[in-house]
Design a protein around this ligand. Structure first.
Ligand SMILES: Nc1nc2c(c(=O)[nH]1)N[C@H]1C(S)=C(S)[C@@H](COP(=O)(O)O)O[C@H]1N2
Ligand SMILES: [Mo]
Length: 454
């Protein structure tokens, strides 16, 4: 990497993630040229010499030709008394991050009682989704349920039916694990090449958290479940959506499925199923039943409404594929991505996320020329099973059009398909389970757009 090239590249955030409304005005009013000069001036000032720090030590701002007042003048916060601790408050993000929000997709009908919100992947770092930015999908609205009244019941092929309170569940041996949850309909609009503008809307129905709870197998054993003939479990939610899903017993006996009450170190958020939700690693989001109130042990799949009518894949031969639960190997570049603007030629850190419902991500390759050439990206630690994995790659943008893609591979050897490969198998009329390679076009003027290569 050439050190001289590092300062020149700057990414303007996607419109919805600008720092402040005044920041939006600034960029629009100054245009890109103005912002570029501002950045150049800042570096000029930083390089301007040793006089400034001495002057600042005396508390006397000294103007330097072409210098940046933001580095030369001591700001209020460096000399005044800051605010006292927020003794009783719950911490909030900086006021300057107020535009970092989950949002409804412009590709879907806008409603007041929205049923899905997307996570702002373009502005997130690492692999954990802050709980307040976790995507949401509610089939019948969300509730803030009184945990003292919530109960969890086990019945069906068990020796004795059991009813647990939250306190009783929280007394049991617990586990904490990082896993992604992805709605089976994530990236659905791209099947029809609707090309929603940003990665928030193409891929934002995925999030990753540390979940804490009790393995479901522990609770089933307490109830004396018939683990030999009971091949399936029906999980039922406590909201009005009659959300019931069949979970194969093999996922439960492996110890992976968790009856969770914790998310990122605190109790689940109401939107995400407080006080109890099922965590089914690797499996599509709909099976992660929220407000969990019952599991029933049975010997056959239940073909519940959300398994018989929804979350099925219409294949080219006209048949429907059912119980396609595992979220297969997938990745996306989050910067540069749709709606962002590269403000100058030079160095950029290409970054993104990869995940597989089958295990760990093994490798991610990145192309900047629409798939002709590929370079292997760095996987950042930790690389965890059925969790988001962060990748990074150095890139110098020459100022010419470029098509950026990422292609992931998991430890089982599965490789993310192109749209051509995916459609050859799945046809064109699917809604769910789109794991194709995403393309972002960097235009000569630096603007990044969602495009699809055929
Ligand atoms: N009880 C209940 N569980 C539910 C749902 C629901 O509407 N009700 N939605 C499901 C769907 S389709 C998804 S994708 C995930 C979304 O979880 P989240 O809102 O925590 O992101 O929850 C699943 N579990
Ligand atoms: Mo979903």
């Amino acid at each position: 990497m050439n050190a001289d090239s590092i300062p020149s590249g700057r990414v303007q955030k996607a419109p919805e993630s600008f720092l402040t409304p005044s920041g939006i005005k600034e960029v629009f009013a100054e245009g890109k040229k103005g912002r570029r000069d501002f950045i150049r001036n800042a570096f000029a000032a930083a390089a301007a010499g040793a006089a400034a720090p001495m002057a600042m030590a005396q508390g006397n701002p000294v103007p330097v030709e072409g210098g940046d007042p933001n580095i030369l003048n001591l700001p209020e916060h460096a000399v005044g008394l800051g605010q006292g601790v927020a003794v009783e408050g719950y911490g909030k993000p900086s006021q300057y991050e107020a535009n970092l929000q989950r949002r409804q997709s412009p590709g879907l009908t806008q409603t007041t009682q929205a049923s899905v919100s997307f996570a702002p992947l373009q502005s997130l770092f690492g692999i954990v989704t802050p709980s307040g930015l976790h995507f949401e999908r509610h089939h019948q609205g969300w509730w803030d349920i009184d945990p003292s009244k919530h109960r969890f019941m086990i019945n069906g092929m068990v020796k004795k039916n059991m009813v647990f309170t939250i306190d009783e569940i929280m007394r049991l041996p617990s586990v904490s694990r990082f896993h992604f949850i992805e709605c089976g309909a994530n990236t659905a609009t791209e099947w029809g090449n609707v090309a929603v503008p940003t990665v928030q809307y193409t891929h934002g129905m995925i999030s990753c958290s540390e979940f804490t709870g009790v393995p479901l197998i522990t609770l089933l054993e307490m109830a004396g479940a018939d683990l030999k003939n009971g091949k399936f479990v029906l999980a039922e939610g406590g909201d009005g959506s009659s959300m019931t899903r069949t979970i194969p017993m093999s996922l439960i006996t492996s110890g992976e499925v968790i009856v969770a009450y914790g998310q990122n170190g605190e109790m689940l958020r109401p939107e995400n199923g407080y006080p109890l939700r099922l965590v089914v690693p690797g499996v599509q989001g709909v099976s992660w039943v929220k407000y969990l109130r019952r599991v029933e042990v049975g010997d056959k799949p239940y073909a519940a409404k959300d398994e018989a009518i929804h979350y099925i894949d219409l294949m080219p031969n006209g048949l429907q594929r059912q119980y396609t639960n595992i979220q297969e190997i997938k990745s996306v570049v989050t910067t540069p991505s749709g709606g962002q603007v590269l403000l100058d030629k030079g160095f950029y850190n290409i970054t993104g996320l990869a995940w597989s419902g089958k295990g760990k991500v093994k490798r991610v390759d990145v192309s900047t020329d629409g798939g002709r050439n590929w370079r292997q990206a760095r996987l950042e630690t930790p690389v965890l099973t059925k969790a988001l994995t962060r990748f990074n790659l150095d890139w110098v943008w020459e100022g010419k059009p470029a098509i950026i893609q990422s292609r992931a591979q998991d430890e089982t050897g599965h490789v993310q398909p192109t749209y051509q490969q995916l459609r050859a198998v799945r046809g064109t009329r699917s809604i769910y389970h789109n794991n194709a390679i995403q393309s972002w076009l960097v235009q000569e003027n630096g603007e990044v757009k969602n495009v699809q290569l055929s």
